[in-house]
Design a protein around this ligand. Sequence first.
Ligand SMILES: Nc1ncnc2c1ncn2[C@@H]1O[C@H](COP(=O)(O)OP(=O)(O)OP(=O)(O)O)[C@@H](O)[C@H]1O
Ligand SMILES: [Mg+2]
Length: 289
Amino acid sequence: MASETFDQETRLPPKPKFEAPAERMAAGGELMALRGVTRHFRTRRHDTLAIDRISLSVNEGEFVCIVGPSGCGKSTLLNIVAGLDHPTGGEALFDGRLIDRPGRERIVVFQEPALYPWLNVRANVELGLKIAGIGRSERKRLADRYISLVNLRRFEKAYIHELSGGMKQRAQLARALAVEPRMLLMDEPFAALDAQTRDVLQQELQEITSRLKTTVIFVTHNVREAVILADRVVVMTPAPGKLKTEIAIPLPRPRGPDSHAVVDLAARVRTELQHDIYAAQSAEDSYAI
Ligand SMILES: Nc1ncnc2c1ncn2[C@@H]1O[C@H](COP(=O)(O)OP(=O)(O)OP(=O)(O)O)[C@@H](O)[C@H]1O
Ligand SMILES: [Mg+2]
């Protein structure tokens, strides 16, 4: 029976040994779509066109990484998909409906873990479920499952200040996954971690999202991280952010940071990025003159 092969603790299918990204992409139709999305910020001091007519479609089960120079509007784009911000032009759709507010089906994971210090790991993970009105036994089942999945079982009673940076990110991920969102929105979640912890979490995230078939939009400055994680890397231009190009990453998983194919594709993404960063720099220099 198929269920006999499920993990006893998490009730998830066994770890995949190999997964072709093409199969993963074929898993579902369009889940999220931005159609000509523009976001203009007008404050007393500044008038900023943060993103300019961005059109992007993400399929169910797809892992999309967004890279781009600082200030090009990556967080703005993510906030719009999260429903925390709204376009001033164009439209953002989730499952065919206009995104007008945050929702449980779209959960954000930030660079700084937004965890409650007066609650332990388990209570933090269960909180979102409690707010969603989920009963005690189901809360326990979901918390057990996702705390195990992020390898925090031994620390579930620990308070946040007792955790390392990597553990805090694991706790934040467990809390996000526990509400079983249809899409995870991750804004540089590993940027504050040391290189080794980052490597470990990249591998874990690859494994978890492959097993759960979670749809992810992941923002990073780290090009190699993008290539390790993504089915598709989207490169943005310097501000005002537009989509510059998309690069498919047709590599089998798991992907190690030092594999030749990863290094080669990362070099390609970096070339796309650097071209624009230097162009932006020389434009700034010419203003300075
Ligand atoms: N609430 C806001 N009010 C005014 N301007 C804003 C606001 N949020 C973002 N901006 C502006 O929009 C532009 C894009 O910002 P955003 O934070 O999306 O960039 P980013 O690509 O995430 O940058 P980084 O890589 O540094 O995180 C910036 O010029 C920023 O100053
Ligand atoms: Mg940002």
